[in-house]
Ligand binder design. Structure first.
Ligand SMILES: Cc1ncc(COP(=O)(O)O)c(C=O)c1O
Length: 391
């Protein structure tokens, strides 16, 4: 018999009347693209983090693209990226004409291994892009030290890390370039969306320019309050601005972040307890420096020696039990574009490669009930019991 008849989705955004009313307010106002709500949402980020600038964009991918574009990479320039990340962290390096240099991850936490990153620094290295994987902070102190020593930019991919703290400081609050995502599965959502936060005034100005065609004024300022109609294309830019419709969602979602993250933490703690009874499934290790985990993802590893099916089939079997799961991520250096361009072979980045065969992500979001979670764990137990390896 199936564990459930009603599916448990891998993820589901928490949207209520407050978000709906705020979006409707924008729709009724006559202004739906970038405008006052984007400015308000940006101000909320500046205030939360105590940073000088917040630049709202239409995805974290766009934010990372702009941040890398501002490095003005020359052919042959290199950017170090952990291989266990979403495609866009590295794609944007390639799109900007750079060479992606993948680094391995810590075998327990799967965050970027700073020592492996250090070994990959060359005279052509321009930047390191740590990913705060699953919601735990990457070890920023050694990364900051090597960035300073070698004159490198540090661009934090905080797509998973809204509400994460590193050694007592919220990720993004340092004023270094940090990029968040508001994709529907993230800790807050704007449908699609992203935010770049930073202290550097000149860089913020360029990011704003490049976010909107390289034009020095945005449409709202031109057409409201009698602004002057002329504009100037300073350099070719992108169309990456966030809509007020998106910011309307974000304004209401950000107010609930603490409550959302508290429920995520409660569920994570509960998973830990429930899964302690299933030795074939192990949650990721916690970082050994002071940190607050924002629990974007609850990633577990499957002990492949203990069961007769591989991870993909295991996820499929859970799907047949109506339990949705996710894969974050197959290592990027094993993807055909990067493998062929850079000649990676099996064993190049062994920790990530092993994890890439074992990991999957369980449902974790504020709307998940304790009963749903019990059913997720029952389904896991059932699949394990049906496929246990012979002793
Ligand atoms: C680590 C990481 N970086 C960047 C992104 C890109 O975010 P977005 O979907 O907002 O472009 C994602 C998306 O899930 C991600 O997981």
């Amino acid at each position: 018999m199936q564990t459930r008849t009603k599916p448990i989705p891998f993820s589901r955004p928490t949207i209520d009347e407050l978000e709906i009313d705020e979006v409707v307010d924008s729709l009724r106002s006559g202004w739906i693209t970038s405008g006052p709500k984007v400015e308000r949402f940006e101000a909320m980020f500046r205030e939360r983090l105590g940073v000088e600038h917040a630049v709202a964009v239409n995805s974290a991918t766009a934010g990372l693209h702009l941040a890398i574009a501002c490095l003005d990479l020359q052919p042959g320039d290199e950017v170090i990226v952990p291989t266990l990340t979403w495609a866009s962290t590295a794609n944007v390096v390639e799109l900007c004409g750079g060479r992606t240099v993948f680094a391995d991850v810590d075998p327990g936490t799967l965050c970027l291994d700073p020592e492996d990153a250090r070994r990959r620094i060359t005279p052509r290295t321009r930047a390191i892009v740590p990913v705060h994987y699953a919601g735990q902070p990457a070890d920023l102190d050694p990364l900051r030290a090597m960035a300073q020593e070698h004159g490198l930019a540090l661009i934090e991919d905080a797509a998973h890390a809204l509400g994460t703290f590193y050694r007592g400081e919220e990720v993004g609050a340092s004023g270094g370039v940090t990029v968040y995502s508001f994709h529907p599965i993230k800790n807050i959502t704007t449908g699609e969306g992203g935010m770049i936060v930073l202290d550097d005034e000149a860089l913020a100005e360029r990011l704003r320019l490049l976010r909107f065609h390289g034009v020095s004024k945005n449409a709202w300022k031109r057409y409201s309050g009698g602004g002057r109609p002329r504009y100037e294309v300073v350099e070719p830019g992108y169309k990456y601005n966030m809509l007020d419709l998106q910011a309307a969602l974000g304004i209401q979602q950000l107010k609930k972040l603490e409550a959302f993250n508290a429920r995520r933490a409660e569920l994570a703690e509960r998973y830990g307890r429930l899964l302690a009874e299933v030795p074939e499934i192990t949650p990721l290790a916690r970082v050994d420096y002071p940190a607050v985990h924002c629990w974007h993802l609850y990633i577990v590893r499957l002990d492949l020696s203990a069961v007769t099916l591989d991870r993909d089939d295991f996820m499929q079997a859970l799907g047949e039990e109506q339990v949705g799961t996710g894969l974050h991520f197959p290592p990027l250096h094993t993807q055909s574009f990067f493998r062929e361009k850079y000649g990676y072979r099996e064993g190049s980045l062994p920790h990530a490669e092993q994890a890439g065969e074992e990991i999957f992500s369980l449902p974790l979001y504020p709307l998940l009930t304790d009963e749903d979670q019990d059913d997720v764990v029952s389904a896991i137990k059932k699949v394990v019991a049906a496929h246990r390896s012979a002793p």
